[in-house]
Design a protein around this ligand. Structure first.
Ligand code: AVJ
Length: 330
């Protein structure tokens, strides 16, 4: 599906939305296919229903989950240099925009005129875009509700002077892909944005296992609720009968693979029905729900190069927990 080219962007303060609404249609198929695999799995993009978005925001506040606050501090602390890197009159495109808190820092510094947030979670997209419109009255916002893991044709705009496109992909969401998938995704993003565009991407760094284990299995169990909410969502939306309290959250860093894995582990031998199909679970069997790949700075720059980007800048925190890369599409 390709949106019609729009001759004029919406007036500042008015947020226009395009919805590609792929998620509702695909949830059932993806869940059924994932549960039929020898190693059961469900894609992590389905975490983000309304409750899931709320729980993810709570994760971002956890003392153990250093990612969000470290990335925000990196952006704040280097905002002048980042603005210089991106340059004036840039259209700001954001993948997985969520609550857009980090975006405010960029919009303020860049004096952005056109902002295009793309997110699968339509309600969060609406609420945060409307909030942003109130905060920056000069800003044109075009929200796109879509699954950005699939090829996407962005609408083109005239009427706002744009010198280059800047793709902002914060949060280390790229970690949800395997390195091979991340390469494919970056190539696709490069194509979407075009030659000369810039990529500003947040990437979590490899580090000791204890820090990573704690970040994905926090003491108060918020991440557990986030993971288990996936079963609640499937019960709600697909009329399934998972007994959620008979599963537990399991998350660990695998230093060899360089990634965190999240699973939902069946505590007993049990059965669940989803959309009329029956699934058996052995005790200890898991549904793999997420990977969160970690990179060294050099590894990620290499990946960027292979996708057709020239790595130009890296900003990081004093403890080297997290990195923000500035790359130019060659
Ligand atoms: C939003 C994908 C970046 O992998 O760190 C947080 C999601 N999962 N805690 C991550 C998540 C468990 C998060 N990303």
């Amino acid at each position: 599906m390709k949106p019609e080219p729009t001759p004029q962007p919406p007036a500042p303060g008015v947020v226009r939305f395009y919805s590609f609404r792929p998620e509702g249609e695909r949830l059932r198929d993806d869940v059924l296919a994932g549960l039929a695999l020898p190693k059961k799995s469900i894609p992590p993009k389905y975490f983000y229903d309304e409750q899931g978005c709320r729980l993810f925001e709570a994760i971002c506040e956890l003392p153990e989950y250093y990612l969000t606050r470290t990335e925000t501090a990196i952006l704040r602390g280097n905002v002048a240099e980042i603005a210089q890197f991106i340059g004036p009159d840039a259209e700001l495109i954001e993948f997985g925009s969520g609550v857009q808190a980090k975006t405010r820092i960029l919009i303020q510094a860049l004096q952005t005129r056109l902002y295009v947030p793309i997110d699968i979670a339509i309600d969060t997209l609406r609420a945060s875009s409307n909030e942003l419109a109130g905060r920056f009255p000069w800003l044109n916002i075009v929200g796109i509700s879509a699954d950005y893991t699939r090829p996407l044709a962005l609408p083109e705009f005239v009427g706002v002077p744009i010198r280059r496109k800047a793709v902002f992909f914060p949060g280390s969401t790229i970690g949800n892909f395997t390195p091979a998938e991340a390469l494919f995704f970056l190539k696709q993003a490069r194509k979407t944005a075009g030659t000369g565009s810039v990529l500003l991407i947040g990437v979590d760094l490899k580090k000791d296992k204890a820090t990573l284990d704690a970040a994905y299995a926090d003491a108060t169990g918020v991440t557990a609720r986030f993971n288990l909410n996936l079963l609640h969502r499937i019960n709600r939306e697909l009329g399934a009968d998972f007994q959620v309290n008979r599963f537990r959250h399991k998350a660990f860093y695998d230093p060899v693979a360089g990634r965190v894995e999240m699973h939902l582990e069946s505590l007993y031998s049990q059965i669940a029905h989803v959309a009329g199909q029956r699934f058996n679970f052995a005790p200890g069997e898991t549904i793999h729900t997420e990977i969160s790949c970690k990179y060294s700075i050099a590894e990620f720059q290499e990946l960027g190069k292979r996708a057709g980007f020239t790595p130009e800048k890296v900003w990081t925190d004093p403890e080297q927990l997290f990195s923000v890369h500035g790359m130019v599409a060659a």
